[in-house]
Design a protein around this ligand. Structure first.
Ligand SMILES: [Zn+2]
Ligand SMILES: [Zn+2]
Length: 141
C-alpha cells in the first residue's frame, strides 16, 4: 500500500504536478478501478467514509491529471464524460443494458487496415468501441 502510494507520488512529480491530497486521492481511486467512472462517481466514492472532496476539486484534479496525460477522458455516451487511468492504447466494450464499460486490450482485436481508406484521408489514431452486446452481469452464462 505504501509502495503504491510512493509510486503515485513519484508519477505525479515526474509529470511536474504538485502533489496535493486531492490529486493523490483522485488518481489513486482511478488507478484502482477499471469501470471508467464519472467525476460524480469518483466524488461519491472518495466521500463514502465522510465528506473530504467536493465535486469541484475532484473535477479540477481530473483536469490537471488529464493535462499531463495521466488520465484520459472517455466519451462513449452523449453528454457523459468518464475517466480512465489506463492511458495505453486500448478499445472499449459498452454493455447496452447497464452501460458498463470494459477495457479491451489492443491486441485482442485485429488492427484495422488503414490503407483501405480513400487516398487523402490521413489517420494517425483510432480506437474501437463495441456496442450492442451485454456484459456477463446482464446476460449471465
Ligand atoms: Zn451490463
Ligand atoms: Zn478504458
Amino acid at each position: 500500500m505504501q509502495q503504491q502510494a510512493d509510486k503515485i507520488i513519484q508519477t505525479l512529480k515526474a509529470k511536474g504536478l504538485r502533489v496535493t491530497p486531492q490529486r493523490f486521492a483522485v488518481y489513486a481511486d482511478l488507478l484502482a478501478r477499471s469501470d471508467h467512472p464519472t467525476a460524480e462517481q469518483i466524488t461519491n466514492h472518495l466521500n463514502q467514509d465522510g465528506p473530504t472532496s467536493s465535486q469541484a476539486t475532484v473535477y479540477s484534479s481530473l483536469q490537471a491529471l488529464r493535462e499531463v496525460g495521466l488520465v484520459r477522458e472517455v466519451l462513449l455516451e452523449e453528454g457523459v464524460c468518464r475517466y480512465d487511468a489506463n492511458i495505453e492504447p486500448h478499445h472499449h466494450f459498452r454493455c447496452q443494458s447497464c452501460g458498463a464499460i470494459e477495457d479491451i486490450a489492443w491486441d485482442q482485436l485485429q488492427d484495422l487496415d488503414l490503407k483501405a481508406l480513400r487516398p487523402g484521408l490521413q489517420v494517425t489514431h483510432y480506437e474501437i468501441t463495441l456496442y450492442g452486446g451485454y456484459c456477463n452481469r446482464c446476460h449471465p452464462e
